[in-house]
Design a protein around this ligand. Structure first.
Ligand SMILES: Cc1cc2nc3c(=O)[nH]c(=O)nc-3n(C[C@H](O)[C@H](O)[C@H](O)COP(=O)(O)OP(=O)(O)OC[C@H]3O[C@@H](n4cnc5c(N)ncnc54)[C@H](O)[C@@H]3O)c2cc1C
Length: 310
């Protein structure tokens, strides 16, 4: 898409920084990447400091640098993709309708919104995100889906430049991509599961936006669909933000004056990379892609739609 329209993608790279010997397991990921022909460079603490002078000396033990990774700013990229779909590909998009009923006949699928308007199509794909009450609510509680609440922050614009996304030691301990490493299960087994960081699923990442501000995140709190109220989605828990800032200060010297903070939620299938189910012949539910939806959903959607129509 980026070759056809400006969808605000930046070829910027990313880096994962290890703070101790366990986290240097990123050497193992480097070998796996080599075998898969996925570019990554193992760099020393000194090289890392040269690339990111604002890093604290005593934090960095080494790092894995991904030169080919691409960054997107969701606040720009999502509207830009929508515009491209409408103006470039002639897609018809209607916003602001709440769908309350869907059924199918032999020849068509029929959808009703809250105003009573009726929409008719050959196939219907329901991508309800983390809203499980309106449509086919009986399908979800048994599906092993969990809700995940995240907290993030954004600083005021900085005077320094931080290229790409900077991910740190707790990221190495959390991210699925490291689970392929032979040492990963030992490192996980040794962790203190009762620590504040583990209980709140905190890892520290920094990402600079086009205006120079830095997005700092993030925490992860979990609940089942039935226990959504435990997450208090409307609240931004200050003690979690304070903890993340205190930890970030141990890693990077930047101005931590915050311009805004927010909480968000996504749903995640515990068993599968995504929940998808065909209901009868013309109705498909696709949801719970987890924390990777912005990254992989377009690719997955293309394949799924091809499968539906093949
Ligand atoms: C703070 C935060 C940071 C994230 N960072 C990243 C990241 O860096 N990289 C990444 O890949 N992913 C990231 N994610 C995850 C990503 O946002 C999700 O995976 C993705 O949004 C899931 O897309 P979705 O379309 O399935 O659901 P959603 O984005 O939740 O969209 C579902 C939509 O359906 C609507 N809807 C539901 N029911 C109805 C109904 N009955 N009628 C009409 N509309 C309805 C909802 O209102 C909603 O707009 C992040 C998520 C959060 C919260």
């Amino acid at each position: 898409m980026a070759t056809h329209a400006d969808i605000s993608l930046y070829a910027k790279s990313s880096i994962c920084i290890a703070s101790d010997e366990d986290e240097m397991t990123l050497k193992e990921l480097h070998h796996i990447n080599k075998a898969n022909a996925y570019p990554s460079q193992l760099i020393t603490a000194q090289q890392c400091k040269e690339k990111y002078p604002m890093l604290k000396d005593d934090y960095v033990k080494g790092a894995l640098f991904f030169p080919d990774e691409i960054n997107a700013d969701s606040r720009k990229t999502i509207p830009a993709i929508t515009q491209y779909l409408v103006q470039g590909l002639g897609m018809h998009i209607i916003n602001g309708k709440r769908i309350v009923d869907i059924y199918e006949t032999e020849n068509e699928a029929i959808v009703f919104d809250t105003a009573g308007d009726k929409w008719v199509g050959g196939q219907v794909i329901i991508c309800n995100g983390s809203e499980y009450q309106s449509l086919f609510p009986e399908e979800f509680p048994k599906a092993d889906i969990q809700l995940v609440k995240l907290q993030m922050m954004e600083t005021i614009p900085q005077h320094t430049s931080i290229p790409g996304s900077v991910l740190t030691g707790w990221t190495i301990r959390r991210y699925e991509s490291f689970s392929e490493c032979p040492s990963y299960s030992r490192i996980k087994a040794d962790e203190d599961k009762t620590s504040f960081q583990n209980q709140l699923g905190v890892h520290i990442l920094f990402k600079q936006t086009a205006n120079g501000s830095i997005i700092l995140g993030d925490s992860h709190e979990y609940a089942t669909i039935d226990e959504e109220h435990h997450l208090q989605l409307q609240d931004n828990n200050q003690s979690i933000n304070d903890f993340m800032v205190a930890e970030a200060k141990k890693i990077m010297d930047i101005d931590y004056t915050m311009a805004r903070t927010w909480a968000g939620c996504y749903s995640q299938s515990k068993k599968e990379p995504i929940f998808h189910k065909k209901i009868d012949h013309r109705i498909h539910v696709v949801t719970a892609i987890g924390g990777k939806g912005m990254t992989v959903s377009l690719g997955w959607a293309a394949q799924h739609i091809n499968n539906i129509f093949s």
